[in-house]
Design a protein. Structure first.
Length: 121
């Protein structure tokens, strides 16, 4: 599923040591594109489920008038996930091995989201 978004996602994966993959998805959790992984099925599930988490966090923040959630980071035993809003319900998830460099992953996720946003609009 190569799209105009593929090189943007691939660049993020290549720049982060320990990256597993990146997925760009819409408000329904439907994958728009993904890159950098042989673990395609896992990334599709991650993209769908962690989008729900982002949406729930955004709803809660709106309820208390705290503004929009732009980014959430979830650290697990074996994988860290950077979830970043792109706009209009779209988001990107970058998955890295828990031994990877989280600060680099955060920076690249932000750059990736900016690139995806520019490509969309």
């Amino acid at each position: 599923m190569k799209t105009a978004f593929t090189p943007i996602l691939q660049r993020a994966v290549e720049r982060v040591p320990g990256a597993i993959g990146a997925i760009f998805a819409d408000w329904d959790g439907e994958a728009v594109d993904l890159a950098g992984t042989s673990r395609r099925e896992e990334m599709l599930y991650i993209g769908a489920h962690y989008g729900v988490i982002l949406n729930n966090v955004q709803s809660l923040l709106r309820l208390f008038h705290f503004g929009e959630a732009v980014e959430i980071v979830l650290q697990h035993d074996k994988v860290d996930l950077c979830v970043h809003a792109v706009g209009d319900g779209y988001y990107v998830v970058l998955a890295i091995d828990s031994s990877g460099h989280l600060a680099t992953a955060l920076r690249e996720t932000r750059l990736c989201a900016d690139g995806l946003r520019r490509e969309m609009y």
